[in-house]
Design a protein around this ligand. Structure first.
Ligand code: AMP
Length: 215
């Protein structure tokens, strides 16, 4: 299975990916996670990307495209993959088309996780993450037992810099301007599958299974 999870920040791409992964052994490739890893390790790439990420802007296409060219050729991606947070611009989508045709691979579906902006702001301002192990919490739906301390590893639980409201609004406007055009791009390729992002953590898995059963 090779799919793209498309959707605004906070639509729950990571959560849907976890539920799909539990059923299908495909690589979950999140450009946001890859970039955060580089920032944490203070690599050259991480140092360049950090200012864009903190401001809620997109990291330049050439940086992301080069990073993904490597990633898609790694061993675990050969069996299939879910792309989470990539592509985010038409230029990235065109570069992905070129990479896939070089590798003689085809996409099965592009999932459009639909959600409105106010729901995203509510979701993301309440999101917290463990600095150490990456466990995700929510101040309303899933708080850690002790405020600011991870239940899993005892690490510090914090709000991501880019989950502050003004940054979220910026990320949403970037999504509408630069990423939303991909909906038409993939619709024209006959690949788009629309899913309600408030439909629960297995919403995408259920639709993919239906699609498979009808194929
Ligand atoms: P995410 O966790 O997917 O919301 O990504 C966090 C941040 O990483 C985004 O706000 C961007 O600054 C950056 N980022 C992640 N993926 C991409 C991409 N495909 N193109 C450009 N920037 C990206």
């Amino acid at each position: 299975m090779r799919i793209i999870l498309l959707g605004a920040p906070g639509a729950g791409k990571g959560t849907q990916a976890d539920s799909i992964k539990a059923k299908y052994p495909v690589a979950h490739i999140s450009t946001g996670d890859m970039l955060r890893f580089h920032v944490k390790q203070e690599t050259e790439l991480g140092k360049n990307a950090k200012a864009y990420m903190d401001a809620g802007k997109l990291v330049p296409d050439d940086v992301i495209i080069a990073m993904m060219e490597h990633r898609l050729q790694e061993e675990d991606a050969k069996e299939g993959f879910m792309l989470d947070g990539f592509p985010r611009t038409i230029a990235q989508a065109e570069a992905l088309d070129a990479m896939l045709s070089k590798l003689q691979l085809k996409l099965d579906a592009v999932v459009n996780l639909m959600i409105d902006d106010d729901t995203v702001v509510g979701r993301l301002t309440s999101r917290r993450v463990c600095r150490q192990c990456g466990e995700i919490y929510n101040t309303v739906l899933k708080p850690s037992s002790k405020e600011g301390v991870c239940d899993k590893c005892g690490g510090e639980v914090v709000q991501r810099d880019d989950d502050k409201e003004e940054v979220i609004r910026k990320r949403l406007s970037v999504f509408h301007e630069q990423t939303a055009p991909l909906i038409d791009y993939y619709s024209n390729q006959g690949l788009l599958v629309a899913v309600d992002a408030t439909g629960g953590k297995d919403a995408v898995l259920k639709i993919l299974e239906q699609k498979k059963a009808n194929a």
